[in-house]
Design a protein around this ligand. Structure first.
Ligand code: ADP
Ligand code: MG
Length: 307
């Protein structure tokens, strides 16, 4: 293995070009400089992925690990109804893996950054004798007071989810598409009252909206859009449970007024499925209603978020 220095990697990253925004001075100085556009707000988020916890080699490749580290952050910006702007990347690289591995991780990040017009604004590069750790900090932009929070759901709101749910860990948790464009389309079509991205599973993430908004919900079990990645060999109950609790779907879960919900149901403005799965109520907690009208507490359907 040839000697490899952080400096060479940074030079290589800079030589790759990438997205460049006129209001941002990116890599090369002690800090990046961002001039926020007038009448905008900055959205800030960070997420860290650790080899062994969030991905393993295989099935992950260094490119896919890098890709996922940025994708989960883009998903957070999408969930706020924002536009991704720039990202900072911190790497703890396993010393034994060498420069090509480091470049591959960065390549996965840079390719997705280009796809979502996100400028690499800087970062930190270290190597050690431990496994790969990737931290991405992201900056997004929203119009003044337009960022969509978890706290805006109101009784009567219709609840929607994009895409399909379940089975992500066996299929697309490394390759999922952050729903940035879908969130922008929805935001421009209706007034989204509350929104979250489904990272831990619908049952768990819906609860965040309910808690922050001080409301309850009734979900229709037969309306849950179960992914084809959930095995058809399982019982219907088990398939539903996986759709509700597997997590890592990174779909959007949001609420709108009933009038706007009707419009979205009549004409889906997205190129992916959009499903009306239930309503917000004045109560507390979430109920799962079966086809026969009976209800159970959503918390009792068997989902558990494991740390
Ligand atoms: P400093 O010593 O001042 O903290 P560094 O030598 O760590 O600076 O980094 C030099 C430049 O390269 C900085 O602009 C930093 O943001 C950028 N940088 C370092 N690592 C990465 C990376 N993995 N991805 C993008 N930019 C990086
Ligand atoms: Mg410095």
């Amino acid at each position: 293995m040839t000697a490899f220095h952080e400096f060479e990697l940074i030079q290589w990253i800079r030589s790759q070009g990438g997205v460049s925004h006129s209001n941002l001075l990116g890599i090369g100085d002690d800090t990046a400089i961002l001039k926020p556009p007038a009448n905008s707000e900055l959205l800030l988020a960070t997420d860290m992925l650790m080899e062994g916890a969030h991905f393993t080699f295989p099935p992950a490749t260094p490119e896919l690990a890098g890709r996922k580290a940025l994708a989960v952050n883009l998903s957070d910006i999408a969930a706020m109804g924002g536009t991704p702007h720039s990202a900072l990347v911190s790497l703890a690289l396993p010393r034994s893996k060498g420069p090509e591995f480091a470049k591959a991780v960065m390549q996965g990040i840079m390719d997705l950054a280009a796809e979502f017009e996100t400028q690499l604004a800087g970062g930190d590069t270290n190597s050690w004798d431990g496994p790969l750790v990737i931290n991405v900090a992201i900056i997004g932009i929203a119009d003044q007071s337009q960022a969509i929070q978890r706290s805006g759901a109101q009784p009567g709101d219709w609840i929607f989810v994009t895409g399909t749910l379940g089975g992500s860990l066996d299929s697309h948790h490394l390759t999922f598409q952050p729903r940035v464009r879908e969130a922008a389309t929805l935001r421009d079509t209706v007034t989204i009252k509350s929104m979250i991205d489904v990272s831990d599973g619908l049952a768990s993430d819906l609860q965040h909206i309910l808690t922050e908004s001080g409301v309850g919900a009734v979900i229709q079990s037969r309306q849950i859009p179960i992914s084809h990645n959930v095995s058809p060999d399982l019982t219907d109950a088990k398939r539903l449970q996986k759709a509700l609790s597997d997590g890592e779907d990174f779909e959007l879960l949001f609420t709108v007024s009933p009038e706007e919900g009707q419009r979205l149901r009549d004409q889906n403005p997205l190129a992916i499925p959009l499903t009306h799965i239930g309503e917000i109520t004045a109560g507390q907690g979430a109920l799962l209603q079966q086809a026969d009208g009976s209800t159970t507490s959503l918390e009792n359907t068997g989902w558990k978020h494991q740390l």
